[in-house]
Design a protein around this ligand. Structure first.
Ligand SMILES: [Zn+2]
Length: 431
């Protein structure tokens, strides 16, 4: 009897917490924005107002227009700041803490439990939100199974602070083509991905991952990168065309989009033949591949920050790849390839470089500051199929709103000094 009472006492609050929606402030909020970059317009607007009701934006207009509708609203005065949509990083690894070398990677998979790694992932989610990232696409857990879905659940239930998470779970590569690989065949070592073989195997793996909560499907299109004398960055392709096409087809049939890790021209071409939605890294992008990207409406997520981070410790081809990608990036901007902001944070430690460093690289590489901002707001939302929810400051959108002190159109590094972060109408950072 006593045991039963104890159980009830324990279970009731846990159950309630699990079912209650994320708390939203009941009072309307009136944000005064000194300068507004809404993610859509090509120019900033001065002295604007944003009215928020619950977790959504109700109205956007001049301060005077919004003031008239904002009776009883709590005023958040950002009139000395630049206000932007919450930032979106479309290439992250919450469950990884830097893997510039294989030793750094292996130690996490061999000597850290998934619960330990998930605790760090929750910490990373908070850091990301505090840096102004109100949404991330997390492109695989590197051996931590479905723990990204657990972090997402905890964030969505309001148990821990973090961005909106679009989870990819385990990712896929064929048997023997992804670490950890060891010459000691007597040991079955953990895999950084789900090993997948054959078209039927690919369809099954997609169904398993979707069944366990994958919002996206990620696979590794290539490995073993090398330059040829004609200055093409080439690679070994992982999956047969049959396998890759089955994988993408099954994902699309289940309403999921597909991200392909593809660094060399061969890997990019194979992924585009399979019909993927985004090319990750894409260092070996050629002019004809860029044209194919535009034709197919595929997005390029270049992850420049990680390319710089791993160049020295990895050495070899990883150093010339940086300059090669930089040249390709500038040509792709001119060709109108949809380049979307993604850092590969987790490939570098979450506690080190701010993810917003990526915007600075994009401007150095040939984007205007406004193009860079759109790559990490409205265009990123389009890649996610979330353009009606996030990525812009407009009526009906989630109230995912950030602010910086200066003008990021003059100095893009302002995005690395976040002063105010709101997600879904809740303030997480204010300075
Ligand atoms: Zn990655």
């Amino acid at each position: 009897m006593r045991r039963v009472i104890l159980l009830v006492g324990l279970l009731v609050p846990v159950g309630l917490a699990a079912q209650s929606p994320v708390a939203v402030p009941p009072q309307a909020i009136f944000i005064k924005a000194g300068r507004l970059i809404d993610g859509r317009a090509d120019q900033a607007q001065l002295n604007m107002g944003i009215l928020i009701q619950g977790d959504r934006i109700k109205a956007v207009g001049t301060v005077a227009q919004i003031q008239a509708q904002a009776t009883g609203a709590r005023v958040v005065d950002l009139s000395q700041m630049t206000v932007l949509p919450g930032l979106i990083d479309t290439h992250t690894h919450l469950l990884l803490q830097g893997d510039s070398t294989s030793a750094a990677y292996d130690v996490q998979l061999l000597y850290q439990s998934t619960p330990y790694r998930a605790i760090l992932a929750a910490r990373n989610a908070r850091l990301s939100l505090e840096h102004g990232f109100t949404a991330i696409r997390d492109v695989e857990t590197e051996g931590a199974m479905y723990a990204d879905v657990d972090v997402k659940l905890a964030v969505n239930r309001g148990e821990v602070p973090g961005p909106r998470i679009f989870a990819s779970t385990r990712a896929m590569a064929p048997t023997g083509m992804y670490p950890i690989l060891s010459p000691n065949w007597e040991l079955e070592l953990p895999h950084g991905v789900q090993p997948v073989d054959g078209a039927d195997g690919a369809r099954l793996a997609v169904r398993e991952q979707v069944g366990h909560g994958a919002d996206w499907i990620k696979y590794y299109s290539d490995r073993r990168y090398y330059f040829t004398t004609d200055s093409i960055l080439r690679s070994w392709v992982n999956f047969s065309d049959d396998e890759a096409k089955a994988l993408v087809d099954e994902a699309h049939r289940l309403g999921r989009r597909v991200a392909a890790h593809a660094i060399g021209a061969d890997g990019i071409a194979a992924a585009l033949r399979a019909g993927v939605n985004s090319i990750e890294h894409g260092d070996g992008m050629t002019d004809s591949l860029m044209d194919a990207m535009v034709r197919q409406n595929a997005f390029w997520v270049p992850t420049v920050t990680v390319a710089h981070y791993v160049a020295d410790p990895r050495g070899g081809i990883w150093k010339p790849m940086v300059a090669y990608q930089r040249a390709a990036f500038a040509r792709a901007v001119k060709k109108g390839v949809k380049i979307v902001m993604g850092t590969d944070v987790g490939g570098f430690p979450w506690t080190g470089t701010n993810q917003a460093r990526e915007f600075e690289y994009y401007v150095e590489y040939g984007m205007t500051p406004m193009q860079a901002i759109k790559s990490g707001t409205s265009l990123a939302a389009e890649l996610l199929g979330q353009q009606d929810n996030i990525g812009t400051i407009a009526p009906g959108q989630f109230a995912d709103i950030v602010a910086v002190a200066g003008d990021p159109l003059r100095d893009i590094t302002e995005l690395q000094r976040m002063k105010f972060v709101m997600k879904g109408g809740t303030v997480y950072l204010t300075q």
